[in-house]
Design a protein around this ligand. Structure first.
Ligand SMILES: NC(=O)c1ccc[n+]([C@@H]2O[C@H](COP(=O)([O-])OP(=O)(O)OC[C@H]3O[C@@H](n4cnc5c(N)ncnc54)[C@H](O)[C@@H]3O)[C@@H](O)[C@H]2O)c1
Length: 330
């Protein structure tokens, strides 16, 4: 298999690339190494991938059509795993156009690229649990209405699902959208709570706990996510997909989470134990665009792809903490 992997220097992309390379597959990575968070961290991930002879890399903005065409337009891919995006809910208030560029125009450029690929078997792309917005029915199911996003980030991810559906219908490009639920693990993202808490606790600074700690998250360990991404990649939807009256399109959407929402305060306790230090806590109100609870219904992905997460936060959080200390020599 030759895979085009966008967001290869990102958190999830790096782990997906490693697994593909371990399986003996070829990976063409694309990433613009933007400074939304530490470029050094992205380069450190990339350096490890570049040691592998089956990995090649192009530093390019996916929203730049002609640059993408020049970089990878002539190459032949059997799969596309599209993870590059402007992530994060809170930053969409500060820099909305970063989301429009990477998540809407960038997604469109990848779809057009997919259209030119004659040997492509499947395109898997990242959506997000944030599309469920303020829905109160738990767990979140793929059948639920998701047309009331409460952040611009969520609006772009839902839009990606619609763009992909139309391209699956019009051009028969098999696609699967994965709604990731709060992914964490080694080489994780510096803008996410687990990283911010770990950094603050080790520096002896208080941690900010939003909504006064009254939040639940379906924290999902990155190795489980990678297994789900590859299970999806290996099971492209057929041309006759389409529920009820919906027009047929080889397109599916799955939740990919842990099916086990955890109170934020329990995450903090496990982290405190792993670091051997107590955190001073500053209780803050809810942040705009944030969601109180996330909880993935995994019935569909388990039924169709045999996906079941296996890592609890009691196992995964100490692994992250150990990696964080080693990486920063703390
Ligand atoms: N980590 C999570 O909890 C989570 C949850 C839901 C959805 N997601 C989605 O999963 C995907 C991967 O997330 P992640 O956590 O690895 O994030 P990440 O920010 O670590 O990785 C994304 C990568 O894409 C790159 N990128 C951004 N804009 C680009 C552009 N215009 N051109 C080329 N490269 C660009 C970034 O440099 C980064 O390396 C994203 O689509 C994200 O929205 C992640």
């Amino acid at each position: 298999m030759t895979n085009l992997l966008t967001g290869a220097a990102g958190f999830i992309g790096f782990h997906v690339a490693q697994r593909l390379l371990d399986q003996g597959e070829r990976v063409v990575g694309v990433d613009n190494l933007n400074p939304y968070y530490s470029v050094v961290l992205k380069e450190d991930r990339l350096r490890q991938l570049l040691e592998h002879p089956n990995f090649s890399f192009h530093q390019v903005n996916i929203a730049d059509r002609s640059a993408m065409q020049d970089a990878v337009g002539e190459l032949k891919f059997t799969s596309i795993i599209h993870l590059a995006a402007q992530a994060g809910v809170r930053y969409s208030i500060e820099n909305p156009f970063a989301y429009i560029e990477a998540n809407l125009i960038g997604h469109m450029v990848i779809l057009e690229l997919a259209r030119q690929q004659s040997a492509l078997t499947h395109m898997v792309y990242a959506s997000s649990s944030s599309v469920y917005g303020g829905n109160t029915k738990l767990p979140f199911s793929e059948e639920d209405r998701v047309d009331q996003p409460i952040s611009l980030y969520a609006a772009t991810k839902k839009s990606d699902e619609l763009l992909s559906y139309s391209y699956a219908h019009l051009y028969g490009i098999p696609q699967t959208g994965l709604r990731f639920f709060t992914v964490y693990g080694p080489w994780g993202r510096p803008d996410m709570a687990l990283w911010l808490f770990t950094e603050a606790i080790l520096a002896g600074r208080p941690i900010k706990v939003f909504n006064h700690g009254d939040m639940h998250r379906d924290f999902t360990y990155v190795d489980d996510i990678v297994s789900g991404v590859l299970a999806a990649r290996d099971n492209p939807p057929g041309a006759d997909e389409g529920a009820g009256d919906a027009p047929t399109a080889p397109h599916r959407i799955y939740n990919i989470g842990n099916n086990h929402p955890e109170p934020l305060l329990r995450l903090i306790e496990i982290l405190e134990d792993a670091l051997g230090r107590k955190a001073a806590r500053i209780l803050e109100p809810m942040q705009p665009g944030d969601v109180k609870n996330t909880y993935a219904d995994l019935t569909a992905i388990e039924r169709d792809l045999g996906f079941r997460p296996t890592t609890t936060i009691a196992e995964g959080v100490p692994r992250f903490a150990a990696w964080f200390r080693e990486y920063h020599k703390l």
